[in-house]
Design a protein around this ligand. Structure first.
Ligand code: ADE
Length: 275
């Protein structure tokens, strides 16, 4: 395993494991365990891949993250090609959006914060979709994969283990049921519009401040209900344009959903009403 990783990582900044001091576990990604760590005088996040079976996700994550550079995407500092491969990235000191929304004790936030998080998630995703020569599709957008910095004001997308470029045959069932577009779990081929669907569920979640389909229980029943056309319930007092944006973005037919670029334009306009 080490020999393969040495080879694959040669084009990236390699970091010596001995320069890292791991402090504590701060989370788990779809693959791997994330630690808070010190690297020289800097606090960083280290994501370790524990199982041989996660090695592919590790190389995907390093390859894709090293190609991107955007204020709403977590920054990669480099990777270790040691016995236990790991990647070293920017540490997000304010935790995940999931913790912000649903953690205890409940943290108060305003509608303008909610709209700003959704807008920033759209900006980062639109950047991925605009990558050349091929769009990158995240495939697992959800609040646990959205990190906060700058006292919770700035949002950064993380967890790139499931990212694919559009040339890959995309019929793998990746992602997490509540945010997953129906065409993904139905096994059809899918496009970047699956991220637009996930984004709509995130928009609902930041505004409703509830976990989507909590009452449906297991992943299988969520998928069944979404397949049958169920979506999160309408939010009381939700401004009409926001409701309309949400519902068009989670349309069952991918081509009826706007592009992420269009979502950004609409969100920029809507955010000006929430100073
Ligand atoms: N959890 C997952 N990735 C993280 C990061 N980069 N910083 C803080 N917590 C995380």
């Amino acid at each position: 395993m080490a020999a393969v990783s040495q080879h694959d990582l040669s084009q990236f900044t390699t970091i010596d494991e001995s320069s890292l001091e791991r402090l504590e576990v701060v989370g788990r990604g779809t693959f791997g365990t994330v630690y808070k760590a010190r690297m020289h005088d800097k606090t960083v996040a280290v994501k370790s891949y524990d199982a041989e079976s996660e090695f592919k996700a590790f190389t995907v994550e390093v390859r894709q993250l090293s190609r991107v550079n955007h204020p709403n995407i977590i920054k990669l500092y480099g990777a270790c090609a040691s016995e236990q491969p790991c990647l070293v990235m920017e540490y997000a000191e304010n935790g995940s959006l999931h913790r912000m929304l649903h953690g205890k004790p409940k943290i108060k936030y305003s509608a303008s914060h909610a709209m700003s998080w959704a807008r920033q998630c759209a900006e980062g995703t639109a950047y991925l979709h605009a990558m050349t020569p091929k769009p990158l599709i995240h495939r697992d957008l959800k609040p646990p994969n959205l990190l906060l910095v700058n006292s919770g004001r700035t949002l950064k997308i993380c967890d790139f283990g499931t990212v694919v470029d559009k040339s890959t045959l995309m019929t793998n069932n990746k992602g997490s049921a509540a945010w997953m577009a129906p065409e993904v779990f139905e096994g059809y081929s899918y496009t970047e519009k699956c991220d637009v669907f996930s984004w709509a569920i995130i928009l609902w979640e930041v505004i409703a401040r509830r976990q989507p389909y909590k009452e449906f229980g297991i992943a299988y029943s969520i998928m069944w209900r979404v397949h049958m056309g169920d979506r999160p319930p309408a939010i009381k007092n939700c401004p009409k344009p926001i409701h309309k944006l949400m519902t068009t973005c989670w349309d069952s037919t991918p081509s009826n959903r706007p592009s992420m670029e269009e979502v950004v334009t609409i969100m920029n306009a809507l955010c000006s009403f929430f100073p």
